[in-house]
Design a protein around this ligand. Structure first.
Ligand SMILES: Cc1cc2nc3c(=O)[nH]c(=O)nc-3n(C[C@H](O)[C@H](O)[C@H](O)COP(=O)(O)OP(=O)(O)OC[C@H]3O[C@@H](n4cnc5c(N)ncnc54)[C@H](O)[C@@H]3O)c2cc1C
Length: 361
């Protein structure tokens, strides 16, 4: 079997298949895990999960259950620590509290409403004008570039052949079936192919075929270095967030921009994110960001990924379109894909993930 794309989705898919005894080759046009899977934040929850449909919440919930064991196992087997931190997520949006509480009842999730005094205890550096918050103490984060490095090492251990710096140029199709791929100047023949090319996933399908509705959505992120522990939780307000890593790295994100395949960073985003961070944590006004980058999320309608066999090409499977939540939905998506490919009972109803745009006339 061949997997196209070495982001988290391609790598986790390859891992699931390899663990089921399948021989897998993975092709990545750059190095593994350097696109959206590197650029993202690694929050192990959708932001404002109540704004997403059940399909997204169900994948996230399954993955949240699987992550502690998966991360411990990857650390043990590869020696690379993906730095899982159950830091809790503190939401400051007063107008989202009612919806948050309702969601926490539907998807049983511990939640604490904090008054001003409790906020000071939980997050002492927060500006004093913030007077209430909603803490989800069990939501956590993973350091996504390290997660990708650990999964890559695990794939090697499992005998998956990794072809980096090897773009797949085209799919080999005949009589309504996939026959393999063309990559690195030669044809590779296999009966099943997984397309997990992130924001680029629709590009390998020609105009005569239905495509998964995936488009690039740029997200910019800033990085600060502060004393470890000075900010304790993921803190969310107005669609932006801070993510404190264990070692004092602090991510501030992110933007949502429909600018095609453009990964440039902008002064506007830098100004917006630094101003926002300074409003929450005044000490950050005296700090300069040490890095600023952009990644291209695989955007999709309502953030629901396409995890399905192509309707017109037998043997061609898609795992793409995870938008803002690919890290948290990754393990469940990979398992569901492997279930479909191997004819097993799926972990979730696959119907909501069969998403293709018909060929336009
Ligand atoms: C700023 C930002 C913040 C984010 N924060 C979070 C978060 O906190 N939590 C969360 O869950 N998610 C988050 N995300 C979303 C998450 O990062 C993505 O949903 C996820 O990484 C998508 O993984 P992927 O493997 O589909 O795509 P990618 O990581 O983009 O991987 C696709 C890969 O396919 C390769 N490829 C493409 N075409 C070809 C080809 N023809 N041949 C070979 N290889 C090819 C690319 O080079 C790339 O490596 C964030 C994203 C961004 C940008």
């Amino acid at each position: 079997m061949i997997v196209v794309g070495g982001g988290l989705m391609g790598m986790l898919s390859a891992r699931e298949l390899a663990l089921s005894g399948v021989r897998v080759a993975l092709f990545e046009r750059r190095a593994m895990g350097q696109e959206s899977s590197w650029a993202g934040g690694g929050i192990l929850s959708p932001l404002y999960p109540w704004r997403y449909p059940a399909a997204v919440n169900d994948l996230a919930r399954w993955s949240q259950g699987a992550y502690p064991e998966l991360l411990a196992r990857l650390h043990r087997e590869t020696g690379i620590d993906p730095e899982y931190v159950p830091s809790g997520l503190l939401m400051l949006d007063a107008d989202q509290q009612a919806a948050g509480r309702e969601w926490a009842r539907a998807y049983p999730t511990p939640l604490r409403l904090l008054d001003a005094a409790e906020l000071r205890v939980e997050e002492p550096e927060l500006a004093p004008d913030w007077r209430q918050g909603c803490l989800f103490p069990e939501l956590g984060q993973v350091r996504n570039p390290r997660l990708a490095a650990a999964v890559r090492a695990d794939l090697l251990r499992l005998g998956v052949s990794l072809h980096e710096q090897t773009p797949v140029e085209s799919l080999l199709l005949r009589a309504g079936r996939v026959r393999g791929v063309r990559a690195g100047g030669r044809d590779w023949h296999v009966p099943q192919v997984v397309l997990a090319g992130g924001a680029w996933s629709a590009g390998l399908l020609d105009a005569s075929l239905s495509t998964p509705p995936v488009r690039p959505v740029r997200g910019q992120m800033m990085l600060y270095r502060i004393a470890a522990g000075r900010i304790r939780h993921i803190v969310l307000h107005g669609g932006h967030y801070v993510i404190p890593r264990r070692d004092g790295h602090l991510l501030v994100g992110s933007t949502l921009e429909e600018v095609g395949f453009d990964k440039q960073v902008t002064d506007e985003a830098r100004a917006e994110l630094t101003a926002w961070a300074g409003e929450l944590f005044p000490f950050l006004r005296g700090e300069s960001p040490v890095k600023h980058w952009a990644g291209l999320r695989p955007g999709s309608p309502q953030g629901i990924p396409c995890i399905a066999e192509h309707p017109e090409v037998t043997g061609l499977f898609i795992n793409a379109g995870h938008y803002r939540n690919g890290v948290v939905m990754g393990p469940a998506s990979a398992r569901l894909l492997a279930d479909l490919m191997l004819g097993r009972k799926p972990i979730l109803d696959p119907a909501p993930f069969h998403l293709f745009e018909p060929v336009s006339a």
